[in-house]
Write a protein that binds this ligand. Structure first.
Ligand SMILES: [Zn+2]
Length: 520
């Protein structure tokens, strides 16, 4: 919806100073929907104009506020509008927040707003014109009786977004303002499979809450408005751990994090697969050559660099995949340049990769006899707190292979970023893929297999796709370093990886398609 406001006529422009402010008689605020509730709004008089506190007015109207002291600006957020006021200015910026039709307006008040302690004083009568727009048909003001009537119960819980994350489900409840910490509580009735949230003094917009799409562990949302609180009931699917709840202020939200054990997430993803199988066909494969540019990776005794070998192998894999599988290949880098780890993740995301394969070389200079290749799966950790579900990173590294400790440290950050590409739901696919890659490598190259391993990480949020992280051999071992100089040897590695990918793709797509009833 679009509202247009004409500029108010200049009645007068008064230059006001804070010193000239006197206390006036209060404005009576009557809540006709809330029998008996009457509050008063203090006024300040200057040059025969009544000013009120912007923060106090916003509180009574259940609107959110943001005050910037250095700029002496107050933003008031209503359901569909953000109103921006600046001290000493008579211009009011109004931003329409409804996404479909964004239109901003500038309204000219007859007199400027004034600064106060951590607040802005607003000329009340003139501001009513703005309130009529941002809260249509809710307010009426009787100038003679100095009474503001609020006709309907003001919604302060405006909507819900439910997000499925790698390790759980996040429920974000949008509010118009901050609620005191002791005014909301969430708990689960496990027998019945419901999560309840009560918010004291909450009034919910039931239509937008009921119509919010459900995801992950949440099947259904039912809002119940009670006299002094609102209760939101969430029907749950599967097992969830103890809910964690916290509040954010920009934007105003109450967030509930529901951590789910892996297999439940996986079940959810399988349901999604059934619904939309084509999305999951392996049509884009992301190939990631480790290191590059200023970061050489590990360096062999004769000076061979991990970054060069990895790039060479990755390009060979890409060529085979493009030619034989006819799928889209995306390289995180295809030349000797430095690409940050975040950027690698972004590239995979942006291109909607369906498989992610990373090539590295191992190094263990303390014992140059150590040789062999390894395939890694990045396993999400289980003990991260709610905040991490909400997109924070954490790094705890588990490893049991002492000879790998040093290299692990070196690659920890890298693997952590890559962990953002994984999802609990894809662990079994990643295990499958890694197993197939290991089997093919074992067949084709002389380097002994050190097995498929898992490294434990707290999972990050990001793109998710089956992945494998290949350490193709030890560049610190003289024989293996020689191998890595040979085109023939690198081609063998590439062929093995290609073959593993081909088999995985075949099996996986067959599963998806048959699950969707297209085959068999
Ligand atoms: Zn590396």
């Amino acid at each position: 919806m679009i509202y247009r406001i004409k500029q108010l006529s200049y009645l007068f422009i008064a230059s006001l100073s804070v010193a000239g402010v006197l206390y006036g008689s209060d404005i009576k605020v009557v809540f006709s929907n809330d029998a008996g509730r009457i509050e008063s709004l203090k006024t300040f008089e200057a040059d025969n104009v009544s000013f009120v506190s912007g923060t106090e007015l916003a509180r009574l109207l259940e609107a959110g506020t943001f005050y910037s002291e250095p700029k002496k600006k107050l933003d008031i957020k209503f359901k569909e509008w953000r109103v921006k006021l600046s001290a000493y200015s008579s211009y009011v910026l109004m931003e329409n927040l409804s996404t479909d039709n964004r239109l901003d307006d500038i309204l000219h008040l007859p007199i400027p707003v004034m600064p106060s302690d951590d607040d802005i004083l607003i000329p009340f009568s003139a501001f009513m014109t703005i309130l009529d727009v941002v809260m249509p048909e809710i307010l009426s003001y009787d100038e003679e009786l100095k009474t503001l009537e609020i006709k309907t119960a003001l919604v302060n819980i405006t909507g819900i977004t439910i997000q499925q994350k790698s390790n759980g489900t996040l429920i974000k409840i949008s509010t118009t303002r901050e609620f005191p910490l002791d005014s909301y509580r969430a708990w689960i009735n496990r027998e019945l499979g419901w999560l309840y949230l009560t918010i004291v003094n909450g009034i919910s917009d039931s239509i937008s809450i009921v119509s919010a799409p459900t995801k992950g562990a949440v099947v259904k949302v039912i809002p119940v408005q009670m006299e002094e609180s609102t209760q939101l009931s969430f029907k749950l699917r599967g097992v969830v751990e103890k809910p964690e709840i916290y509040q954010t202020t920009d934007p105003n939200q109450i967030v509930i994090s529901l951590r789910t054990p892996e297999r439940i997430t996986r079940k959810q993803v399988e349901d999604d697969l059934l619904k939309n199988s084509e999305r999951w066909l392996i049509d884009t494969i992301v190939l990631d050559a480790g290191h590059g540019g200023k970061d050489p990776g590990s360096i062999g005794v004769t000076g061979l660099k991990e970054k060069d070998v990895a790039l060479d192998i990755v390009k060979r894999i890409g060529k085979l995949i493009k030619k034989k599988l006819r799928v889209n290949v995306v390289y995180t880098r295809d030349e000797d340049i430095y690409v940050s780890l975040e950027e690698r993740g972004k590239i995979a995301n942006r291109n909607e990769g369906k498989l992610f394969i990373s090539i590295h070389l191992n190094s263990f200079p303390k014992n140059r006899n150590v040789k062999g290749f390894e395939v890694y799966i990045l396993r999400p950790g289980k003990t991260a707190s709610a905040i991490e579900v909400a997109e924070r990173e954490n790094s705890v590294l588990r490893f049991d292979d002492k000879t790998s400790a040093e290299r692990f440290e070196q690659h920890a950050t890298e693997m952590l970023i890559l962990a953002s590409l994984t999802q609990a739901a894809f662990m079994s696919e990643s295990e499958d893929l890694s197993g197939m890659l290991e089997k093919e490598l074992k067949k084709k190259i002389s380097s002994p297999s050190r097995g498929v391993k898992q490294a434990g990480f707290f999972v990050l949020v990001g793109a998710s796709m089956p992945h494998a992280y290949i350490e193709a051999g030890f560049i610190s071992n003289r024989k293996e370093e020689e191998n890595f100089k040979s085109s023939k040897y690198k081609q063998k590695i590439a062929e093995a990886v290609y073959e593993g990918v081909r088999k995985f793709k075949h099996k996986y797509e067959q599963l998806i398609l048959s699950a969707n009833g297209r085959l068999n």
